[in-house]
Design a protein around this ligand. Structure first.
Ligand SMILES: Cc1cc2nc3c(=O)[nH]c(=O)nc-3n(C[C@H](O)[C@H](O)[C@H](O)COP(=O)(O)OP(=O)(O)OC[C@H]3O[C@@H](n4cnc5c(N)ncnc54)[C@H](O)[C@@H]3O)c2cc1C
Ligand code: SF4
Length: 327
């Protein structure tokens, strides 16, 4: 690994100041992603700014919802009583990440900002669009784990964060601190589809900014469900997953949010699946109809058409989970 400077500021303000050290400066949280990339020479940094002391590591009530600090670990998130009660899909997603060791070390901020897992991105030798090159190797190469939606742009990654999907489904807002103060954006607007102009990034965060909090709105009368399809019981990332958030009135769905994971470069909201659910009772028939609707328009690459079927399974089972009929 290339030598680097290391600073460990005590406050968010000092961390933001440290990001301006000059050269390549990166925030370091649990290091589960960043240090692995540095060891593999996929990323080189001149300075690492440890943000674990500088950022909030608590979950606190906020206007009927919750405010989750970026330095909260995935393990703490998955076990937090309020998260389990109000936003069970988020707790489940956090509790399924990797292994106990990874969940103890990894943080909310690091999980949401982790870089893609595309095999070519992770190999030093392949200088693809995401690393400043002029081609995407997955187009004619190994693309079984790549996107089936939103893959018209230069990069065909799937977003790697398991937390991003329930955050979008629950209507979370992300709080960002930067040199000019604080800004807040809906989670759905944080993540970006690749274009030639922004292909090296997966979100709107500037190099001089930090994600400081996730704010979850008061849940009201929502019911939610989550389902991940993984390779056997592997610790690897899910191959497709879904979070579903619904409200019902008079026995039928009156609002729905269906968000898919591991199928697109961003958490992928399926408005077609949501339309298929609204006005219907929550049961196996409506779940299957919504799952069929969710995959209309999928454009698989040469090796990942199997993802259409497992995406349908994930949507069906997430809806049954929301209905209290977990498969
Ligand atoms: C075997 C294995 C299996 C895994 N399975 C899953 C899985 O199923 N689902 C899943 O979601 N993840 C999975 N992961 C990834 C793991 O969850 C992430 O690597 C981890 O959450 C990253 O958190 P961290 O705190 O260690 O981040 P770090 O590695 O410290 O940082 C990750 C990135 O985020 C940036 N960053 C960190 N904090 C902030 C902040 N506050 N503001 C702005 N930028 C920030 C860093 O600069 C870096 O680029 C797996 C990892 C492994 C090794
Ligand atoms: S999918 Fe993206 S990360 Fe993977 S090779 Fe193509 S450009 Fe690179």
């Amino acid at each position: 690994m290339k030598a680097f400077a290391y600073v460990s500021p005590a406050t968010a303000q000092d961390a933001l100041a440290a990001l301006k050290a000059g050269g390549i400066v990166r925030p370091l949280a649990g290091g589960q992603d960043l240090l692995a990339r540095m060891k593999d020479y996929v990323e080189t940094a001149d300075t690492l700014v440890n943000v674990k002391q500088a950022l909030d590591s608590t979950v606190t009530p906020a206007a009927g919802g919750l405010r989750i600090g970026a330095a909260v670990t995935l393990d703490a998130l998955s076990r937090n009583a309020q998260v389990l009660r109000l936003y069970p899909a988020l707790a489940e997603a956090a509790g399924k990440v990797g292994s106990p060791q990874i969940r103890h070390q990894g943080t909310v901020g690091g999980n949401l900002n982790q870089r893609p897992r595309c095999w070519y991105f992770r190999q030093e030798e392949f200088v693809c669009f995401k690393k400043g090159g002029n081609r995407c190797f997955s187009v004619d190469g190994e693309n079984q784990y790549n996107a089936i939606f939103g893959n018209d742009g230069p990069s065909k990654i799937v977003h790697a964060s398991s937390l991003a999907v329930p955050c979008v489904a629950y209507g979370a807002r992300f709080v960002i601190a930067g040199p000019n103060g604080e800004r807040e954006v809906p989670a759905a607007e944080y993540f970006t589809l690749p274009t030639m102009q922004n292909v090296k990034k997966e979100n709107i965060l500037g190099d001089d900014e930090l994600l400081t909090h996730v704010v979850l709105p008061a849940p009201g009368r929502i019911r939610s469900g989550h389902y991940e399809v993984r390779f056997k019981e592997s610790r690897d990332w899910p191959m497709a997953f879904a979070t579903v958030v619904v409200t019902t009135r008079g026995g039928v769905v009156d609002s729905a949010r269906v968000v898919l994971g591991a199928v697109a470069p961003t958490p992928w909201r399926s408005e077609a699946a949501e339309r298929a659910l609204v006005g219907k009772p929550l049961n196996a028939a409506s779940a299957e109809a919504a799952a069929e609707a969710a995959v209309v328009g999928a454009k698989p690459l040469s090796q990942n058409a199997y993802k259409i079927q497992i995406t349908k399974t994930a949507v069906t089972r997430a809806i049954l989970d929301a209905a209290g009929l977990k498969a």
